[in-house]
Structure formats: C-alpha cells, structure tokens
Design a protein around this ligand. Structure first.
Ligand SMILES: [Zn+2]
Ligand SMILES: [Zn+2]
Length: 474
C-alpha cells in the first residue's frame, strides 16, 4: 500500500474517527481498515476487523477477488491472534477456519496459532488444527512442512502416543534428507525422543549421537545440553549399561544449563541424575544432586524432587550395614517429607514411596493400604496400554498378554522381556498382586487372608524387613 495514502487515512481517522471509506478503491479501504486492526489494541481490534469484513463481503468485482480473499485471510489472522491472546481458543480457531482457509496460508500463521495453543497446553487442538490444514501444508516448501510435522510429533509424544509420532517422524525424515543440517538436527532429536518413548534405546542413541555431531559442528549451544541429558538416560537403559559415559553427558548438560541459567532443565537433570545414582547404589552422589536441586527451588519441580529425596533417604534407612540410630535418622527425615509435603494420592510412585516408608517403620496396615492404592493405579494404566512403553495397544490387533495375571499387555516379546526383570518393581513381582486385585475388582469372592499374605510377601521381598525387626534380631 502507498505509505502516503496510509498516513493520510490515519490523519483522517484521528481527526474524525469511525470512518470506513478513505476515498480510494474498495481494496484500499479494506487494507487500511485491516492495518488499523493490526495497530489497535483491545476492543478496537474487533471494531476495525469487523468493518473490514463487512467491506470484504460487499465486493462483487471479480477483478479484485484474489486481493480480497488474501485480505480476508489477513484480517482472519488478526482476529485469531486477538481471541487467542484472550485465551478464547474456540473462537480463535473458528474465526481462522471461517476467514483464512481460502486465502494465502503462510507458515508464520501456523507458528503463531501453535504458539498460542502451546501456552494453553492444548496439544489436542494443535493436532486438530495442523491436520485440518494438511492440504495447505502439503503445498509448503519442504522445510516449512518439516516444521509442521515436528510440531505434530511433539504433541503426540507429549501425549505419550509415540507410535503415531513415529509415523509422522518418518515423513519428516524423508523431507529433511536434502535440507540444511539444522533442520536435520531437529528431525533427529525428535526421532530420538520418540524411539526413547518406545523403549528402543539403541535407535535413540544412534539418532542422538548423529544429532550431537551436527550441533557440535554448528555450535548450537541452546539445544546441545538437552540432547546430552537425554543421551545419558538412554545409555543407562541399554543392556550394556555405560554409567561412566552416561554421567559424563549428564555433567556436560549440567554445566551448559547452569551457564544458560535454565533453572527448570537444570533441576530436571539433577533429579534424573539423583534417581540414576540411587539405582546404581551411589547414594552419596544421589543426595548431593538432590541438595543442589533443592537449593534451586524451582516450584514446579519441587514435588518430584522431594519424592526423589525421600527415596534416596529410604535407601539409606534400609541399609543394614549402618547402625540403627543412623538408619532411624534417615527414616525420620524421609517420613517428615512424606507426611508434611508429598500429597499426590493419584500418583502411582507416591503411593509406592509411602508403602515403602510405612513398611520400614513397621506400620503394616498403612503399608498395605498404600500398596493397594499403587496397584490400583497400575491396573488402570494397564487396561489398554503396553506395560512397558505405555503405548495404546492398537485396535483390532491381539496384543501379547501375560498369561499369569491376565492384566499386563505388551506390544511385542521384547517389551515383555524388558519389564520382567528390569527394575525393582519388575512385572515378575507385581504380577500376582495385579491378578489378585483384578479379580477383586471384578467382584469374584476372595479370601482376605490370601490377599493380606500376598501384600506382606510383596512388601518383604521387594522392600525388605521393617527396621524394628532388624533391631530385635541384633
Ligand atoms: Zn510396548
Ligand atoms: Zn503378569
């Protein structure tokens, strides 16, 4: 648009207000109103945009049809961001569909809307939105298409649907093949995280290693530490565990997050390291990580940090090579964390931590109650999802089912093997309890004593004897 004409229109508008004709052509008037809409705040946005739309609707001149359609899309985009900023996403999206679909759709429109939806954690809406734009997106340049596909991958992965994410990731992979290294890097990182979600750790490591080579070469300091932290986790999950190399990556990530002042990721990495050190029985190092983490006091991660802290303390408290008074000290600290701060009853792991604590303290009733709650949460999670990777079992397929409990489902033999012996609470130890509580839930008559015995057996074999017994035995 002619800059002089716009300035003239602006002067007129300031002087007279409420004008909708500025003496030019219809298209020019629409453009001017639309720019006013872009520059305005609050309700004035609506005022100008609606005026522009009314004008758009009066156009009958075929000659201007393309210009008008593009103006309509631009006005639509302004209205979408107006409603999105106010958090009215339904209105934002319906406006977008009504006004933008015929006009030119550019990547920045899509980025804007996804960003708004991301702020509200509307992953499902982002998926719907991008899917609804599919035909338009297919006409984008390969690089822009990859951007949209990676958004989809991220949403599916965050909603734990890694199987869907993987299908889309493969498309992005093909498109990225001939593109710049930084695009390839994003695709590799995304693919690595997806394989991690599916418990394919070798593939995870392969993708991450290739990605780190690229990010090192291009000095991508912002993303490098996130990959290193994830690489550490993946290295600890493979059969040929390599703690030394894993913790070297963790340490690099910590340094980088510290330098960048990224407190949230720094805390996440510390919690992760604390848990991994605990599993490796390096309790002092585990506690060091937790202390450092707590000193950061990032509110959002505090509960997870306390849970990790509690479990590390319990590990000491169960350690029969320590003196009774030392163990009691750790136990009391753990108990005060559980009783004063952790209060997420719906979470499986919190209930398990409780069961562990009460079992050690000799409070058998509380220990059983917490354990039953834990198993119930696990039962619900098991209904439709793979026990190991948590993916929804595909409709119409006959999934692999544990024939002992008739509860645990698996994608394949590999995932079944992974869960049987992998952790302290592996399927082998949980299997009888899942079977018992499933029957109980279904209303089958149960012998209470048998359930109690099974609960007690679990508590003792998985967690060990209570501290009081240990004392008496001395
Ligand atoms: Zn699976
Ligand atoms: Zn089983």
């Amino acid at each position: 648009m002619n800059v002089g004409k716009f300035a003239q229109a602006k002067d007129l508008e300031i002087k007279w207000g409420h004008l909708d004709t500025f003496g030019g052509t219809l298209v020019e008037d629409i453009m001017i109103l639309r720019v006013f809409g872009y520059l305005a705040n609050g309700k004035r946005v609506l005022y100008y945009c609606e005026k522009a739309i009314r004008k758009i609707e009066t156009n009958e001149d075929e000659q201007f049809q393309i210009d008008v359609v593009n103006e309509k899309a631009k006005v639509g985009h302004r209205l979408t961001s107006y409603y999105a900023e106010k958090g009215e996403m339904e209105k934002a999206l319906s406006n977008h569909h009504k006004l933008c679909l015929e006009g030119e759709v550019r990547l920045d429109y899509i980025i804007d809307i996804c960003d708004y939806l991301k702020k509200g954690n509307h992953n499902k809406k982002i998926i719907e939105f991008i899917e609804s734009m599919k035909r338009r997106i297919d006409a984008f340049t390969p690089k822009d298409q990859v951007y949209c596909l990676l958004q989809l991958c991220r949403c599916y992965a965050e909603d734990d649907d890694f199987l869907k994410a993987r299908i889309i990731s493969k498309k992005a992979f093909e498109l990225a093949h001939h593109l710049e290294p930084d695009v390839q890097h994003s695709v590799l990182y995304s693919a690595g995280r997806i394989e991690m979600g599916l418990c394919n750790y070798k593939a995870t490591i392969r993708h991450f290693m290739t990605a780190t080579k690229i990010s090192n070469r291009l000095h991508m300091e912002m993303v490098q530490p996130s990959i290193e932290a994830d690489l550490g986790i993946a290295l600890l999950r493979t059969k040929t565990k390599n703690p030394k190399e894993a913790f070297r990556y963790f340490a690099k990530a910590l340094d980088a997050f510290t330098k960048a002042g990224n407190m949230k990721e720094l805390q996440n990495t510390l919690i992760c390291m604390a848990n991994e050190y605990r599993k490796l029985n390096q309790l002092d190092l585990s506690l060091q990580c937790i202390e450092r983490c707590q000193s950061l006091a990032v509110q959002s991660r505090l509960d997870v940090c306390k849970e990790a802290h509690c479990n590390a303390l319990l590990e000491y408290a169960y350690d029969t090579t320590l003196s009774y008074s030392q163990r009691k000290l750790y136990f009391d600290k753990a108990r005060s964390i559980v009783e004063n701060t952790i209060d997420d009853c719906a979470s499986a792991t919190v209930n398990l931590t409780r069961a562990r604590l009460y079992n050690l303290g000799g409070n058998q009733n509380e220990a059983r109650t917490s354990l039953v709650k834990y198993v119930h949460v696990r039962l619900e999670l098991c209904e439709l999802n793979c026990y190991t990777c948590k993916q929804k079992v595909k409709e119409g397929t006959v999934p692999l089912m544990c024939q002992t409990c008739l509860v645990a489902l698996y994608c394949n033999k590999k995932h079944q093997a992974l869960s049987w012996n992998d952790d302290r609470i592996c399927h082998k130890v949980l299997c009888p309890l899942l079977a018992r509580l499933k029957k109980f839930k279904a209303g089958e008559p149960q012998d209470d004593q048998v359930l109690l015995d099974e609960l007690d057996n679990f508590l003792e074999t998985v967690f060990g004897k209570p501290m009081m017994f240990a004392l008496q035995e001395l």
